[in-house]
Write a protein that binds this ligand. Structure first.
Ligand SMILES: [Zn+2]
Length: 113
């Protein structure tokens, strides 16, 4: 999903919520990846390149980081930056839909008054 100018505040809201949860859990390695995921989402070229290369979903990814998910050396069992970028994208998408519903409701009110 490509982030448009009007998605920016939804993107940062999703990022802030995810970062706050990770911070509360003391999960510094997840915060590192979230910062990278935010970077991915902010660049169309970067996002498209990474997606083409690793085909991430919210539950799996073909990158090395996720490949070593169960390796003890990784010291982290959470999602990679690509999977986190997919999660951020989903949140932005939900925000878009909520926005559309709000718009639609306003039009209905205008038509009936
Ligand atoms: Zn990945």
């Amino acid at each position: 999903m490509i982030i448009t100018r009007s998605d920016r505040s939804a993107l940062f809201t999703a990022y802030n919520l995810a970062r706050a949860a990770a911070r509360k859990a003391g999960d510094l390695k997840k915060i590192e990846r979230l910062n990278k995921a935010l970077g991915i989402m902010q660049s169309k070229a970067y996002y498209e390149k990474e997606r083409a290369e690793y085909q991430p979903t919210q539950t799996t990814c073909n990158c090395k980081d996720w490949h070593f998910n169960y390796a003890r050396k990784r010291a982290y069992s959470g999602p990679c930056k690509h999977m986190l970028s997919e999660a951020l994208a989903l949140n932005v998408q939900v925000s878009r839909q909520v926005y559309n519903v709000t718009q639609w409701t306003e039009v209905q009110q205008w038509q009936t008054s």
